[in-house]
Each structure stands twice: as structure tokens, then as C-alpha cells.
Design a protein around this ligand. Sequence first.
Ligand code: PRT
Ligand code: MG
Length: 221
Amino acid sequence: MITLALSKGRIFDDSLPLLRAAGIEVLEDPEKSRKLIIATTRPDVRVVLVRATDVPTYVQHGGADLGVAGLDVLLEHGGDQSLAGGAVGLYRPLDLKIARCRMSVAVREDFDYAAAVKQGSRIRVATKYTHTARQHFATKGVHVDLIKLYGSMELAPLTGLADAIVDLVSTGSTLQANHLLEVEHIMDISARLVVNPAALKLKREPLRALIDAFEAAVEGR
Ligand code: PRT
Ligand code: MG
């Protein structure tokens, strides 16, 4: 049995065409069913539904053989090691080029970010991505106090909790609706395939075939 970890929402939705190209149809719609384990048309392949941030944990500890997770999630999960190539216990073979967005710094329209940076003031930054944010501001030599949040980062500058946020942006409409301005692009983000290295040894043939099929699907798109 091969177990693939996916999160509900955009990762699941954007993974479907790749699975289909690999000849795999998922037999249940996670938005309608409450099942956490979903069978596929391949009797030896099943999908488990986990929180986006739990995908690396499942794959790392063998709860799943492989999974799909955003680069944002992987960088927070693995810290420096994943920047260097792969977090401990995770083999990262493929950029799936789905669920694309960018990680950016945003501030309230009336906050002069450039002036604050120039003056060397300490900037209060709210984010779910504390590791990546710390690294970014350290590289730029910007002094920050990081405030860890788990969601709705956009609210932080509006309530005075923070001067700036580090968050993901795709269309920009969430920032716009909250009168926030994107002032710095940190990195482009997309979803990656991660594989448990031990599983890759034990189930080499079927896993390799699946990874190759995903790769062909990504390239053929
Ligand atoms: O929602 P939950 O708390 O369960 O988990 P999650 O938010 O981590 O999962 P999900 O499904 O929302 O995101 C999964 C992955 O999709 C992320 O890890 C990213 O790699 C990727 N992704 C791509 C995005 C976006 N685009 C995105 N736009 N993740 C989140 N957003 C959010 C962003 O945080 C902001 O609040 O959408 C809002 C901005 O969108 P625009 O279009 O208004 O700019
Ligand atoms: Mg979300």
C-alpha cells in the first residue's frame, strides 16, 4: 500500500490533475465526505487528509509514504536544513508548481516601511512564518520583533498588534481589502512533493513510478 498525504483545499484540488495524469482517480470528495482515508482507483494507493502543516510530519515519521506541502510549510518545518536541500527524514524530489503564491512583507498604507528600515527602528512583525521571516530580516539587516500568529495575519497591523506582516499573497485582494501594501517580496512559493526516504527504499519500484508520473505531468502541463 502506498499512502499519500494531502491537505484539503487548494493542495488537494491542485493535486487531482497530477494524480489523474498518473492514472489515479480519488474515489471521494473530501468536501462532502468526513472520511480521512480516501481510496483511489489504484487498489494499492490511498490518500490521507491532514492539516497542511502536518503533511511533513506524517511523511517524516512514516504515517504517509509521500505527501504534498507548500514550500512555506516545509521551510518552517525543517528550518535551515530544508533550505539546504531536505529536512531530516524528508526527501524532496519535485517542485509540483501548483498552489503557487509568494511570501511577502506587507504594512498598513500609512506606515512608511522604507523610512523605518532606514532609521534602523525595530519593526514589529506578525507572522505564522517566524523562521523564514527571521532569516529574511537578518539577511537584510532589519531589526524586528517577531509575533507568532496562527492565522488572519492581515488583522495585526489594523489593530496595532504589529507594524508589518509576513504572509502569502496570490491575487493581492486580501491585502487590498484590508488597506495593506506589499512592500517586499521574500520568495516565490509552490507545492513540493516530499517522500519518506525509508519508504523509497522499501517500496522503490511503485514509488519511483509514481514520482516519475508526477514529474511527467508537471512537465507536460
Ligand atoms: O487553512 P488551514 O489553516 O487548514 O491551513 P493552511 O492555511 O496552511 O492551508 P491552505 O489550504 O490554506 O494552504 C495550503 C498551501 O497553499 C499553503 O501552504 C501555500 O503553500 C499554498 N497557497 C497558495 C496559499 C495561498 N496560495 C494563499 N493565497 N496559502 C494561503 N493563501 C492565503 C494567504 O495566507 C492570505 O490569507 O490567501 C490569502 C491571500 O490570497 P489573495 O489571493 O487574496 O492574495
Ligand atoms: Mg488557509
